[in-house]
Design a protein around this ligand. Sequence first.
Ligand code: FES
Ligand SMILES: [Fe+2]
Length: 379
Amino acid sequence: MERATREILDTLAKTISTPIEEARNLPAQAYLSEELFELERERIFRREWLCVGREEQVANPGDYLAFDLVGEPIVVVRDAGGSLHALSNVCRHRYMQLVEGTGKTDKFVCPYHGWTYQLDGSLAGAPHMNESRIFDRRSCRLPEFRVETWNGFLFVNLDPDAKPLALAQEAASERLATLRLGEMCIAASIDQVWDGNWKLGFENGTETYHVPVLHPGNLGAFLDFGSVEGGGGVGSWVFQGILMDALADHDPEMLDVIQRAGEIMTEEDSKRLRGYNMFPCLVMDSLPGNCGWICFLPIDATHTRVIGGVLTLPSDLEAGGEEFRRNQHGYIDPIVAEDSLATTNLQPGLRSRYAAPGPMSHVEGALLHFHRYLARKLT
Ligand code: FES
Ligand SMILES: [Fe+2]
């Protein structure tokens, strides 16, 4: 192991016993090192439950969603019986990817030589293979990974021995119950690639310190940053709450949504934006009747695929139609653009010879919790 990587791991190990008043940001190398990224891929991304989208994207038999999960081509598909499968998207003949993006099909036909697979991954046909003495049709199938759903989110785990998703979510399920996330539908989606390490995106989505400065025209305009509470963590989660003191002036439509959803909320709950962040990569900012979510899936050490969007209750979506959808994009797009720019603009600074990790603010406690999670997984 390189000396620089060992130093990062030592720094991470110290976060376990460091109080926030003495905590620093991570060294710049933690966001650049290829070797650290390999370790993260092995010990985090090949073992943890990773959010890859919404169940709504594969609602009906034959619907599929293909993506690259930390270097592994995967397709999630619903079979004719209604069961979900997460299959390797790599043909067993000579490595061709079977499908791209989203679509609907009754079989996967390899676009190279035409081998064909059922939606459960078993082989349906392979032309001109009858003379091969080593080809066993019955055992030939696409490797399958774990897939589960939780509150309408799709999760995949590359580790066959991982604990069930429900156990990983135990800490959050009760807190999130009143948000009705499982009933919610996609009102707006984003799918982008950001220049920067995945941790920069996740940290940005986890700390609220930047919000009044980086987002003065949207989130910063209606959240009261004197009121940040939480930042504590349970298991793989951190929770935060911020009072929305000026939402009525800033966004009356959003206030409407909240009031309609508010019938099932306590008054206290309806006054706060709730941040629910699940390590390693899912960020949710929830208001009653509205959830902005974003997930950071690493491509390599310095590029990250960013998926997410806005979820709302189906009744709001039906009543509001296209205009409501446009407004949801109007809400999330500027926020995401500002956050993306912040991550991208850190790149030259990280490479500076004079870059040094500064101290953390007491309002960044959620980050310390994240660094301790990294320490537990990597050291
Ligand atoms: S690579 Fe798929 S059939 Fe040849
Ligand atoms: Fe932000």
